[in-house]
Design a binder for this molecule. Structure first.
Ligand code: FMN
Length: 300
């Protein structure tokens, strides 16, 4: 049975990865999960300099999910390269580094640094506000998506996976813009902007007022978007949004995702990833599927 998948020339042992920001840099979860069993580890977003993140409270539970407004707290690229990459290099898994920034220059600086590191893929989080364009997220404007993709492609030595925001009217427009800019693949979806009011404190549940909704509640939206994008561009897709079980992961693969990322589920079931790896193998065996390729995008 073959569970290997190909993302822009990088061969993963299986299609299961983790979603950025929900698994630290791997070390936190390595007590629960044998990282060798994952197709890839995706790290928390890293910027050119350390970011302190937003004021607290920064997370709140919702039905079937959670809202977070962490604000991309991270130690900056210097600490990341010294501390996190060497840790992950000890495992037989691929490394995808998630990148964030406030300006195109910020992103370029991080990508230039990572170009010299022994990592496999870069995932570019374009849900960050572009401070020079009045704070609208890069990923909400097709021209900005194309422009930042082509700037980063000039600098990266590894494949560039653009991570799309679902907070748009037509996600296929953003996918096509990333493809036009030279992206090697797409990740989707990031969180959906939401709000929760704490009726006892009579204020916002998270200090930032709004936050990103994630978890099983967003899965149908994510599956729909993966299906739409798979039918609009030729790029490989990493699907995510609410995946907690094998069935969830298979839905994304059948809709057109080559690989999947498990995010919020890691918080309520730290074994979710490895359970899904095993679950996909069992499903393939039971249904006499020799190669996972037969499943990718099989639902038309
Ligand atoms: C606490 C938390 C932190 C996150 N941090 C990042 C991040 O640093 N970069 C990024 O691109 N996405 C980040 N995300 C979004 C996830 O990677 C993922 O796209 C989203 O949560 C949907 O998947 P899920 O429903 O399985 O969690 C974060 C999500 C959560 C819940």
């Amino acid at each position: 049975m073959n569970t290997k998948v190909n993302i822009a020339g990088v061969i993963l042992n299986n299609p299961v990865m983790v979603a950025s920001g929900t698994f630290g840099s791997g070390a936190e979860y390595s007590e629960f999960v044998d990282l060798n069993k994952l197709g890839a580890v995706v790290t928390k977003g890293v910027a050119n300099v350390p970011w302190p993140g937003n004021p607290t409270p920064r997370i709140a539970e919702t039905y079937g999910g959670m809202i977070n407004a962490i604000g991309l707290q991270n130690p900056g690229i210097d600490v990341f390269c010294k501390r996190d990459i060497p840790f992950l290099k000890d495992y037989d898994t691929k490394i995808m580094v998630n990148v964030c920034g406030k300006t195109t220059e910020d992103y370029c600086e991080v990508v230039e640094r990572l170009a010299e590191e022994d990592i496999d893929l870069m995932e570019i989080n374009i849900s960050c506000p572009n401070v020079k364009e009045g704070g609208i997220a890069f990923g909400q404007n097709p021209k900005a998506v194309e422009a930042i993709t082509s700037e980063l492609k000039k600098r990266a030595k590894q494949p560039i996976i653009m991570k799309l925001s679902p907070n748009v009217t037509d996600i296929t427009e953003m996918a096509k813009a990333a493809e036009a800019g030279g992206a090697d693949g797409l990740s989707l979806i990031n969180t959906i902007t939401g709000m929760k009011i704490d009726v006892n404190r009579r204020t916002f549940a998270v200090a930032n007022k709004t936050g990103g909704l994630s978890g099983p509640a967003i899965k149908p939206v994510a599956v729909r978007m993966v299906y739409q994008v798979a039918n609009a561009v030729k790029l490989p897709i990493i699907g995510m949004g609410g995946i907690a079980t094998t069935e969830d992961a298979l839905e994304f693969i059948l809709a057109g995702a080559t690989a999947v990322s498990v995010g919020t589920a890691n918080f309520f079931n730290p074994y979710a990833t490895v359970e899904i790896v095993k679950g996909i193998e069992d499903y393939m065996e039971k249904n006499h599927i020799q190669d996972i390729q037969e499943l990718i995008g099989a639902v038309k």
